[in-house]
Write a protein that binds this ligand. Structure first.
Ligand code: URA
Length: 300
């Protein structure tokens, strides 16, 4: 009985994801085996009514044995369109950063669509840091710890980002940290992350743009390919290895793309760490931060 309820929840979630345009998700072998038991794959003739053995024929009449209408073809059904609503409209009233930021935060945290993507007890995540920051770090989407604490970059990748910021002679309070997404992209299970879809990113982008319009940083640091794609628009030919370390621009603000801290956690090589640090030295130079010999030589 409990297993039936769990399966029904999984199926419900899979259908919801499919409506949003998600066509692949990580799934454990155990869940897959349960799904197979509950929903055995039927022979193709039953599903599509085409391409298999001909229907049985009644001996006397030569007509098909059944007069029931042929089953509609499930195999050919078009997946429904994703159901992400049009992006929100944001208006920033007045010139004072603090009230602008507070009212934006309120709008984001009460956004009905974003809230509908959360699991019970989880939170939306808005940016944190100085409203006068020169550097705006932009990540991809909240993960498990972030949606728990309602703060960006507080999990393992966040701890590494904090160390990078400190190595630059700064603190989390002196920079601004945000994400393209304000909600953790939903999955049927509580574990695992998936990248946001382009539609999900397009939905949250006005909120990120509004934060940038309030803070007016000297530099945006885009952390990882998804953040770069979210900010600059998707480009299948774009490779992080090619664009990192070079200045781009996002709505006239200089943008430095670099590897995501979670990539550094997965890839222990010195080379990747050195590249991120070289990118940060360029950022420090751009915003006029002093660079000591020690900082200059970290990876030499
Ligand atoms: N990864 C991100 O891109 N953002 C977070 O807030 C945490 C992890």
């Amino acid at each position: 009985m409990a297993m039936h309820r769990e399966l029904a929840a999984v199926v419900h979630e899979l259908k919801r994801l499919r409506r949003q345009g998600v066509d692949a998700i990580p799934i454990s072998e155990e869940t897959l085996a349960q799904l197979r038991k509950r929903f055995p794959i039927r022979p193709r003739t039953e599903l599509s009514g085409a391409g298999g053995a001909p229907p049985p024929v009644a001996a006397s009449s030569g007509l098909p044995a059944t007069t029931a209408k042929p089953r509609p073809s499930i195999a050919k059904a078009k997946p429904p369109e994703p159901q992400t609503p049009p992006p929100p409209v944001v208006t920033l009233a007045g010139d004072d950063k603090k009230p602008q930021w507070e009212s934006l935060k309120e709008q984001v945290l009460s956004d009905a669509f974003c809230r509908s993507q959360l699991k019970p007890g989880k939170n939306l995540v808005f940016g944190v840091g100085s409203l006068d920051a020169d550097i705006f770090f932009c990540g991809e989407a909240p993960g498990a710890e972030e949606e728990e604490q309602s703060e960006p970059f507080v999990g393992p990748a966040g701890k590494l980002l904090t160390k990078i910021i400190q190595a630059m002679g700064l603190s989390r309070e002196k920079v601004y940290i945000g994400n393209i997404m304000n909600f953790r992209p939903p999955l049927p299970s509580a574990v695992g992350n998936r990248p946001p879809t382009p539609e999900e990113m397009a939905y949250c982008l006005p909120y990120l743009k509004a934060q940038l319009a309030i803070i007016k940083p000297k530099v945006v640091v885009a952390l990882g390919k998804t953040a770069v794609d979210g900010l600059l628009g998707p480009d299948p030919k774009r490779r992080m290895g090619q664009i990192r370390g070079q200045w781009q621009s996002f709505e006239e603000t200089p943008l430095m793309a670099t590897y995501h801290p979670s990539y550094l956690l997965r890839n222990e090589s010195m080379k990747a760490k050195r590249m991120v640090w070289e990118d940060m030295l360029l950022v420090m130079e751009k915003v006029g931060l002093p660079i000591s010999e020690k900082q200059q030589g970290y990876f030499k």
